[in-house]
Design a protein around this ligand. Structure first.
Ligand SMILES: *Cc1c(COP(=O)(O)O)cnc(C)c1O
Length: 447
């Protein structure tokens, strides 16, 4: 039996039993239930820096870091004190306050071409808003996404590929109507032909292509520059909005037809690899960027950024409606500002790179036959396979099974990794070189 069971974690076991009677599956987000790796979910009690302590008093080095937001580690003192100071001045205003523009300015500074920012409360909401803006601005219905890309849990993007190339999508969740799934087309990463086929078939109807520039929600599927360039060129060709900035200004009373927009979903990758845009996102020169995770420093947040002419499609200036009771709330904004302020120091990224390289180097030096550490900066994907997948269908089931089978052993060594072989791990500036070596050893031992 896996060692992550009742014997080692009796309190987690009891808490999980109670939660199962009150929360569906005992959780508020499905991957937390340990379905992929088996055993009882670890119930966290406290977390500081790189470390978490569970309800049974066991300590782990955390390489999940809340799935990416905590680039400075858990409970970073500057972030916590910013949130405390904000909390004392009011938890939510539902009205304008000065810090909203401060955070927007920090975001705009990281994204070339971004002039306006709309803050929302999650990455899902940011993507939903970006898609609605794209449809509103272009007067076109279809969204193109990529197989294995994750953009949040709203209806339009819980969609998998249909049988043929360039066909509209099928719902990947119950409860998504066919008509909504059918407004999304699914293409393949790392496959120029699939992108061309989508535009050949649907070009005039495409409102936007949404892509994770560094796809990191279904393994870490690093894309070739040629593929990114092809994607940007095809999207541009489908309407050439960039040459027609005047189209949106003055804003048309009726939405007019324009070209397809490119949406870079940087909810994970934004501010992760360097301050602002990931290199892949910068290469794409997207029309809209969606953000979340790091820009909230561990508090709930999301954002859409882009040119003024496009963002001012949003209410109250333009015809595309969007609103939020807690949007721009002072606590999330304070945590985001404190985090981005810290990240303006390039030394933080140099340190993250040093730590990531140490894990990679340790794995490579041991030259294991069946383990690759696929890495972008401080995002790590241990992959127990020999090839290097760049598209979802290339991921080997056996590689995922091997990670999942080794998971209880990671916990036993005091390492908390994301509980699924499809998920990417994260380093923070609070990790140490020693902890990174321990991670490499554990990964190798499982290989
Ligand atoms: C996490 C994530 C989302 C969803 O953000 P939530 O805050 O969980 O709603 C969307 N897109 C990408 C690329 C993500 O990594």
């Amino acid at each position: 039996m896996p060692v992550s069971g009742a014997a080692q974690r009796p309190r987690s076991e009891r808490l999980y039993e109670r939660a199962q009677g009150l929360l569906p599956g005992g959780v508020n987000s499905p991957v937390r239930a340990f379905g992929a790796v088996g055993g009882t979910p670890v119930f966290f009690d406290t977390a500081h820096g790189s470390r978490v302590r569970d309800a049974d008093g066991r300590e782990y080095v955390d390489f999940c870091q809340s799935w990416g937001p905590l680039i400075l580690g858990h409970a970073d003192p500057a972030v916590v004190s910013a949130v405390q100071r904000a909390a004392e001045r009011g938890l939510s205003f539902g009205a304008c306050h000065a810090a909203e523009a401060d955070l927007a300015a920090l975001i705009v500074a990281g994204y070339d071409g971004a002039e306006r920012v709309r803050l929302v409360s999650s990455g899902t909401e940011a993507v939903m808003t970006a898609m609605r803006m794209a449809r509103g601005a272009t007067g076109r219905p279809l969204i193109v996404k990529f197989e294995g890309g994750y953009h949040g849990h709203h209806d339009s993007l819980l969609v998998k590929a249909g049988s043929g190339l360039a066909t509209t999508g099928l719902a990947s969740s119950a409860g998504v109507p066919d008509r909504i799934a059918g407004a999304t087309v699914v293409a393949r990463l790392d496959d120029e032909e699939s992108v061309s086929a989508v535009f050949a078939e649907h070009g005039d109807a495409v409102a936007a292509v949404i892509v994770e520039p560094v796809p990191a929600n279904n393994g870490l599927l690093q894309q070739r520059d040629e593929f990114l360039d092809h994607l940007a060129a095809e999207t541009r060709r489908a309407g050439a909005l960039r040459q027609r900035d005047e189209f949106l200004n003055p804003l048309p009373a009726e939405p007019r037809r324009a070209g397809a927009l490119l949406i870079a979903d940087e909810v994970i990758s934004g501010f992760r690899l360097r301050y602002g845009a990931s290199p892949a996102a910068a290469r794409l020169q997207p029309d809209l960027v969606t953000l979340g995770k790091i820009i909230g420093g561990g508090m709930p947040i999301g954002a859409v950024a882009g040119r003024a002419a496009l963002l001012e499609q949003l209410a109250p200036v333009g015809p595309v409606y969007q609103a939020g009771t807690l949007s721009g709330n002072p606590l999330s904004v304070a945590a985001g500002i404190a985090t981005l302020d810290a990240l303006t120091d390039p030394a933080r990224y140099a340190e993250l790179e040093r730590l990531g390289a140490a894990v990679e180097q340790a794995v490579r030096t041991a030259s294991p036959a069946g383990l690759q550490l696929i890495r972008s900066g401080s995002m790590l994907w241990p992959y127990y396979g020999t090839d290097r997948p760049r598209a979802a269908h290339q991921i080997a089931d056996a590689a995922i099974a091997r990670f999942n089978g080794a998971y209880a052993g990671f916990l036993e060594r005091g390492l908390y990794l994301p509980p699924s072989g499809f998920e990417v791990g994260f380093l923070s500036t609070a990790h140490t070189a020693e902890e990174c070596r321990t991670l490499a050893e554990a990964l190798l031992a499982a290989g």
